[in-house]
Design a protein around this ligand. Structure first.
Ligand code: ADP
Length: 274
């Protein structure tokens, strides 16, 4: 009877096991070069919002791209319930900082694009695209081109495109880094709301302490190069509108505490850059 195996794969909550991952750039993968990640061990729990936090250059994006399968794992292993990561897969969706939309396609066409490889009837693809466009509050902008949209709207379209494929794991590489402060806040609130509704496993790269504390259930603080996991912190705060949440003593205290931990790494990273 094969069914239990299939069920285990389809129905299992998805987490990510990162075991002893070391990554070097500019070498033969075994020695020399720049050590970007040094023996990373981390379990991302199923359906949690996990932030990777640390100074620029500490290896956050490298770890995210390894999970995504965009760069090959050199040492160690990364595993999801779908198996050991050996390349990109539809169960792992990624959102980049710079939106990565096709400028010659409309919002609807961009969202449909991700689903092209899935063998779904056209009507179902259209329905799902509309549902995702509605989810990210772009209703009415289906036929607009990216150049006609603000940065925040472009990023919403990019999120809709990634979610349309229904990935179990959502990888986000400083997705709001190119947005102005106000738009960023709105997008953070919307992302947390989307997360509450869809409950994916999210890995979110940021160097912004407030963003990490506002969004994440757990935060991994990474050290300056070579990147290591220094601390894993649970965030157990009441959620809500960012203006209110960010003023609460519990939010400010935790942010202060985390900033204290990140600060040392930020200083080390600055020194390392000279
Ligand atoms: P972060 O996302 O934390 O800013 P990255 O993962 O982008 O860090 O980079 C980690 C380190 O690896 C940095 O020192 C960076 O310069 C180096 N690095 C990243 N990509 C490459 C590459 N393609 N070739 C060589 N070095 C790289």
């Amino acid at each position: 009877m094969n069914a239990p195996v299939a069920q285990a794969i389809v129905g299992a909550p998805v987490g990510i096991e990162i075991r002893d991952v070391t990554h070097r750039y500019g070498s033969n993968g075994v020695s020399g070069g720049v050590v970007a990640l040094d023996h990373i061990n981390l379990t991302i729990r199923p359906n949690e919002f996990h932030a990777l936090l640390g100074p620029s250059g500490c290896g956050k994006s490298t770890l995210l791209y390894l999970i995504g399968g965009f760069i090959p794992v050199q040492e160690g292993s990364i595993e999801t319930p779908r198996g050991v990561v050996a390349g990109p897969g539809p169960e792992r969706g990624i959102v980049f900082q710079n939106f990565a939309l096709f400028p010659w396609k409309t919002v609807r066409e961009n969202v449909l694009y991700g689903m092209e490889k899935q063998r779904l009837p056209k009507a179902e693809r259209m329905d799902r695209a509309q549902a995702m466009i509605d989810l990210v509050h772009l209703t009415g902008f289906e036929n607009a081109f990216p150049s006609q949209l603000s940065g925040g709207m472009q990023q919403r379209a990019a999120i809709a495109r990634t979610l349309a494929v229904e990935p179990e794991i959502l990888l986000m590489d400083e997705p709001f880094g190119a947005l102005d402060a106000q738009t960023r806040r709105v997008m953070q609130e919307e992302l947390r709301a989307i997360f509450e509704r869809t409950r994916k496993t999210v890995v979110f790269v940021t160097h912004d302490v407030h963003e990490a504390v506002f969004l994440a259930d757990r935060i991994s603080i990474m050290s300056a190069r070579p990147g290591r996991i220094q601390h894993v912190i649970d965030v157990d705060l009441e959620r809500g509108v960012s203006e209110e949440v960010m003023k609460r003593p519990a939010f400010m205290d935790l942010s202060e505490q985390i900033w204290g931990l990140v600060r040392e790494q930020a200083i080390a990273a600055t020194r390392g850059a000279h």
